[in-house]
Design a protein. Structure first.
Length: 116
């Protein structure tokens, strides 16, 4: 049983940028399509972006398309989410997991707060 560790969150003004990282121990992420998900207060967790095992295909929620970029470095067993032009509605706890997220435990996530 491995686990996922998300990092890179923080407080940023609207229009700013953050880069999130997802590292794994005890698992080889390169075997899987990986995704980022987020959960805002009082809302259900939602899909943000996904990337296939090679990095050749990416998928985005309409709400982040054109602003967020998902990438991965399989040699480092790490997945990233570059977030630009952040909006207050992007405020949430961000998580990584397989996409779809079946069978793996969720990590603690990383808090992203965007002030207006």
């Amino acid at each position: 049983q491995g686990h996922l560790v998300e990092s890179g969150g923080g407080l940023v003004q609207a229009g700013g940028s953050l880069r999130l990282s997802c590292a794994a121990s005890g698992r080889t992420l390169s075997d899987y399509t990986m995704g980022w998900f987020r959960q805002a207060p009082g809302k259900e967790r939602e899909f943000v972006a996904a990337i296939n095992w090679s990095g050749g295909s990416t998928y985005y929620a309409d709400s982040v398309k054109g602003r967020f970029t998902i990438s991965r470095e399989n040699a480092k067993n790490t997945v990233y989410l570059q977030m630009n032009s952040l909006k207050p509605e992007d405020t949430a706890v961000y998580y990584c997991n397989k996409s779809p997220p079946a069978g793996w435990a969720w990590g603690q996530g990383t808090q992203v707060t965007v002030s207006s």
